[in-house]
Design a protein around this ligand. Structure first.
Ligand code: URA
Length: 248
């Protein structure tokens, strides 16, 4: 048995919050009866679930790892700019969206999928999924900065940033660093460095949770995740088996 909202997500009806609205609007029927609650349990093999007149059929998801080059936006469409979807083959594009955003000038690991539930969980601020970035920064970065990153920084949000790790790889007029953060606020790394009077001039994401950028992928190239990589991400997100009801 599994939750109705989960099955609807897995059948491609949208994000978890969207499918909850569909249920609450009375657009979903289970065996001919109007479903009342998104969290009600259903049998994916036996129950007939219909949403807005279309039968909900679970399908397998697509998971892609892209080495995002600079100069493309992390969106599914844009009136003016090239998007990360423009880098995918036509047959890989359907229903796929980026899990979170990298700035236009940021490079590196970007996960693309049509799995709304996994995406929701990886991005949820509650889950504190860690992300590792390599950066080049104008201004001498010192151990004092590392202490301040650990303590949390004021970047103009209601609350300071969560403790972050700053490792100095080389220090000079332009310093090279590795930073690990456990949240994903808008322009977060750039704003953290601005708050200590430094300026990020190059930024690349190397890891997100259990998923590391494949060093063999040139900028702009992508590949499907292996089963192990998908399993590890689903485990991290609390989606250990296909039938688990999930938390949250
Ligand atoms: N932090 C930033 O400032 N930019 C990104 O693209 C990602 C993290």
């Amino acid at each position: 048995m599994m939750r109705l909202d989960r099955l609807l997500c897995e059948a491609g009806f949208g994000s978890r919050s969207h499918v909850k609205v569909l249920v609450k609007k009375g657009l979903v029927q289970v065996n001919g009866e109007k479903a009342e609650r998104p969290e009600q349990k259903v049998d994916a093999e036996k129950d007939r679930i219909v949403c807005g007149g279309r039968e909900a059929v679970r399908r397998s998801f697509v998971y892609l790892m892209l080495n995002k080059p600079p100069g493309v936006v992390s969106a599914t469409e844009d009136a003016r700019e090239r998007t990360v979807l423009d880098l995918l083959e036509e047959e890989d594009r359907k229903g796929v969206f980026p899990v979170g955003r990298l700035d236009k000038d940021t490079e590196g690991l970007l996960l693309l999928t049509d799995d709304g539930e996994l995406s929701h969980r990886l991005l949820s601020p509650k889950n504190h999924v860690d992300k590792v970035y390599r950066a080049k920064v104008e201004g001498l970065v010192t151990e004092e900065h590392a202490v301040r990153f650990r303590e949390g920084l004021e970047i103009g949000e209601k609350v300071p940033t969560l403790p972050a790790e700053l490792e100095i790889l080389s220090a000079g007029a332009v310093s090279e660093v590795q930073v690990t953060i456990r949240e994903g606020k808008f322009h977060q790394i750039k704003r953290m460095f601005e708050s200590v009077d430094c300026r990020v001039v190059w930024l690349k994401r190397l890891r997100m949770g259990t998923l590391s950028l494949d060093g063999g992928l040139p900028a702009g190239a992508y590949r499907r995740l292996t089963e192990e990589e998908v399993g590890a991400l689903r485990g991290l997100a609390g989606l250990v088996s296909g039938e688990q009801s999930g938390k949250g």
